[in-house]
Design a protein around this ligand. Sequence first.
Ligand SMILES: *[C@@H]1O[C@H](CO)[C@@H](O)[C@H](O)[C@H]1NC(C)=O
Ligand SMILES: *[C@@H]1O[C@H](CO)[C@@H](O)[C@H](O)[C@H]1NC(C)=O
Length: 312
Amino acid sequence: MLLSFASVLLTTQLVLGASYTQSDSHTGIGFLKSFSYQAIPDPTHGRVNYVDGFTAANDNLTYASGDHFVLRTDHWTVLDPNGPGRNSVRIQSNKQYTTSAMIFNIRHMPQGCGTWPAVWTVGEDWPNNGEIDVLEGVNDQGPNQATLHTTPGLCSCPYPHASMNALLDDCDTFINSNSGCGVKFVDTRSYGPIFNDHGGGWYAMERSETGISVWFWSRDAGTVPWEVEVGNEAVDTDNWGEPSAYFSNTECNMDSKFGPHNIVINLTLCGDWAGSAYGDSECPSTCVDYVNNNPWAFEDAYFDFQWLKIYT
Ligand SMILES: *[C@@H]1O[C@H](CO)[C@@H](O)[C@H](O)[C@H]1NC(C)=O
Ligand SMILES: *[C@@H]1O[C@H](CO)[C@@H](O)[C@H](O)[C@H]1NC(C)=O
């Protein structure tokens, strides 16, 4: 009797675990209040110079108005090959999150040869608190890839769903040149010029004790759940259907691998991944030379966020 009561309670709790209430909502200038600029050297060796908030505002590298928050790279300066990289922006949320769901409503993402945009979450003292890459890619080569990076051991990616396209399965940052364990999405609208041609869409990430899920719905997919489309006050991830990428706690010790995370939005150029993949991307010249000499090629290298809502 007691036993079955306990198991009913447990079941109820698991179901409730997928319901969340909105804790933060960022639109337009709201992004500037809740994120900080990080004028740091690019740890991935990109041909960028991350600027501070003053320079970003002055040069219109970040721009907020109405429901637009735009983040871009300089697209007018020819660079001195011996000088710093192209001015760009990296911002980090002031708040940290653990168990949560977040929805990014994005109209446009940076495109162009040499670009390496990312929307991701990361803890302090990398890689000790883990990294979750929600939206990431290089040189316009889609579809999107969602990736985890962790300390060694106890974390790999199982892919129970045939539709998920596992790349490498060990999330350890110290092997495979820090490729992490990634899942390439199936929907080609999830990245780059094709994403932009369709008006962008919604990215969502849920992180709980049972696992990490990432969803994507194209603007014109017609399948986006209503609560995601409008950024409802309350959401239940059980209504969101099968994620595009799923990392289960049966293969990864979520508690020990992932600590409190900040949200980071960055746009780098060339560097470890975009630079090494450049030759296979049908892009002209070499990555660094292209970035130095062709500012006009970065006119479309910008994010335009409609909103970001976070649920805990
Ligand atoms: C930019 O984002 C990617 C996300 O995967 C990250 O690996 C890289 O370190 C970031 N670079 C900087 C300087 O933010
Ligand atoms: C700044 O960028 C925004 C977004 O791209 C654009 O609408 C605006 O006209 C720009 N402002 C200036 C002064 O160039």
